[in-house]
Each structure stands twice: as structure tokens, then as C-alpha cells.
Design a protein around this ligand. Structure first.
Ligand code: NAP
Length: 281
């Protein structure tokens, strides 16, 4: 019998704890914790993400500073804003909502965020520190997955883990976190030969592919832990993950649903990173 890992419930519990920590920080230091959110343009999905991040800030007592710039804003103007936020003591975390409009050099803009305020954990410095298993700000989605393992008491040491997807924001940091937790990790991608065979050898499977119901029951070992990061639409337009949940679940010891699994953890970990960044400063 499988156990569902309830991301919504865990996210709620974590936000309650973060709020207590944020309140404690404010009392001790007499200072606020500030998160700057920069949105360039009117992409509807980005607008929703930014709204949700601001709402989460309100929930945990973090002060948000939203900067809405026109789609046509010049590179120099965006750079100037990030540089000013970088040295602003009110601001503990800087988040630039991606994707940026095509005329902007995203890499150059993101490089202006000091690693101590890089609450997305995307900077080369934070990723390098993660590789070296040193204190850093970890990318929110894979860090949320680690919290799920922790909350369920799922041991990782000595386990075979397969991560499918090698993006800089999910797959690669996920593989690194699992390695740091002493799992033996195989990082798979679109050119991987024998994906099914690799998945079948895994005690833990993390799917971060972006293909609806791509991971099927015949790819999963009996008793495996299956984490579904994917957020896709199925043939009926319904939100679904990368895992064929209905058929895979019976083979699992633990599985995350979509929606209500990894998704709610991501913004929660952003709040956690912002608190951490303030505490470390
Ligand atoms: P991405 O940058 O598009 O990366 C997808 C990865 O999947 C790539 O490494 C790609 O391999 C690999 N892949 C594609 N087709 C494959 C195949 N047939 N076999 C094996 N590997 C294959 O996506 P991402 O940003 O990491 O996101 C992945 C999914 O997670 C998406 O559905 C996204 O919406 C979701 N997501 C969810 C959250 C959340 O909060 N829940 C956060 C972020 C992302 P190559 O490198 O070889 O191309």
C-alpha cells in the first residue's frame, strides 16, 4: 500500500514554522525581512507566480517589494535596479521572475544578484557551494523535495536514486542534494540510453521532465519512492505530472500527487531561503 506525500499539508506546516522564525527575528533584531520581486513585462503566468509569492510573503510576515517594469524596459534600467537592490539593507532576497523578455540579457542581469541575496539559488556561486556541500541558498523546488523526504523519514543514504531531467533549476541541484545525502545518483536526460532499465533499478525516482504521464508503471520497481516535479496538462487540459499516477501509485511505497505535491513546497522554500538570508546577514 502506497503512502501519499501531502505537499499542501507539509507546506502549511512549514509556513507556520517560518512565520514563527520570522517573528522571532523581527523581535530580536528590530528589523523587517524584505524580499524584492522584479517582474518585467505582462506575461500572465509570471503575473500569477509573482502574485502568489507576494501572498506567501504576507502569510509569513516577510515584507515584499514588487517592481513591475514595462516589457520594453532597457537592459541598463533593469541592471541599475538590481544593483541598487543588491546594496539595499532592507532587502534580504532578490527574485527576478523568469523568463525575461527576449531583448534582455538574463544571464547578465542574474549575475548582478549577490549570492547571499540569491533566494532562487540559481547563481553560479550558490550552485558551486551546493556541489561542494557548503552552506548556500538551494534552489527552491529540489530543496522542497528534500524536505518531503525528511518529513516522511525516508532514508536516502546508500539508496539508488534516479533523477530524470538535468535543468539547472531542478534536475542538477536535485542530483547534487541527493548525492550530498549519500544516495547513489544517476542523472538522466533525453539522450539517456535504457531509461526504463535505469528507473527499474531505482529506490527513489524524481521526475522533472515536463512530459505528461511519461513515467509509466513498467518503469518502476516495487516499493520505490516516486517524486513527481512535473507540471503539465493532459489531453483534457487537466493539470498532471510527469508520472502516470493512477497506474504507478500501486507499485510505490511513497508517491507525490500533482497537484498538491511538490508544487506547494516551492514558494514555501522561497520564504525559507529569504528568512535564511536575513538570518545569515
Ligand atoms: P526543462 O528545463 O525543460 O528540463 C527538462 C529535462 O527533461 C531536460 O533535462 C530534458 O533532457 C529532460 N527530458 C526531456 N525529454 C526527455 C525524455 N524523453 N527522456 C528523458 N529526459 C527527458 O524543465 P524544468 O524547468 O526542469 O522543469 C521540469 C518539469 O518540472 C516541468 O513540467 C516544469 O513545469 C516542472 N516544474 C515544477 C516546479 C514546481 O514547483 N512543481 C518547479 C519547476 C519546474 P535534455 O537536457 O537532454 O533536453
Amino acid at each position: 500500500m502506497y503512502k501519499l506525500i501531502d505537499g499542501k499539508k507539509l507546506a502549511r506546516e512549514m509556513r507556520t514554522k517560518i512565520k514563527q522564525d520570522v517573528d522571532g527575528y523581527k523581535q530580536q533584531t528590530g528589523k523587517e525581512i524584505g524580499l524584492a520581486v522584479v517582474l518585467v513585462g505582462e506575461d500572465p503566468a509570471s503575473q500569477v507566480y509573482v502574485r502568489n509569492k507576494i501572498k506567501a510573503c504576507e502569510e509569513v510576515g516577510i515584507r515584499s517589494y514588487a517592481y513591475y517594469l514595462d516589457a520594453g524596459t532597457a537592459q541598463a534600467r533593469v541592471e541599475e535596479l538590481i544593483k541598487s537592490l543588491a546594496v539595499d539593507n532592507k532587502i534580504n532576497g532578490i527574485l527576478v521572475q523568469l523568463p525575461l523578455p527576449g531583448h534582455l540579457d538574463s544571464k547578465k542581469i542574474l549575475e548582478l544578484i549577490p549570492y547571499a541575496k540569491d533566494v532562487d539559488g540559481f547563481s553560479a556561486e550558490n550552485i558551486g557551494r551546493l556541489c561542494m556541500n557548503e552552506p548556500c541558498l538551494v534552489a527552491c523546488t529540489p530543496n522542497g523535495v528534500m524536505k518531503m523526504f525528511e518529513s516522511e523519514g525516508i532514508s536516502l543514504s546508500g539508496k539508488n536514486a534516479v533523477v530524470i531531467g538535468r535543468s539547472n533549476i531542478v534536475g542538477k541541484p536535485m542530483a547534487m542534494l541527493l548525492t550530498n545525502a549519500n544516495a547513489t545518483v544517476t542523472l538522466c536526460h533525453s539522450k539517456t540510453a535504457d531509461l526504463k532499465e535505469k528507473c527499474l533499478s531505482a529506490d527513489i525516482v524524481v521526475a522533472a521532465i515536463g512530459k505528461a504521464k511519461f513515467i509509466t508503471a513498467d518503469m518502476i520497481k516495487q516499493g520505490a519512492v516516486v517524486i513527481d516535479v512535473g507540471m503539465n496538462r493532459d489531453e483534457n487540459g487537466k493539470l498532471c505530472g510527469d508520472v502516470d499516477f493512477e497506474n504507478v501509485k500501486e507499485k510505490c511505497s511513497y508517491i507525490t500527487p500533482v497537484p498538491g505535491g511538490v508544487g506547494p513546497m516551492t514558494i514555501t522554500m522561497l520564504m525559507y531561503n529569504t528568512y535564511l538570508s536575513a538570518k545569515r546577514s
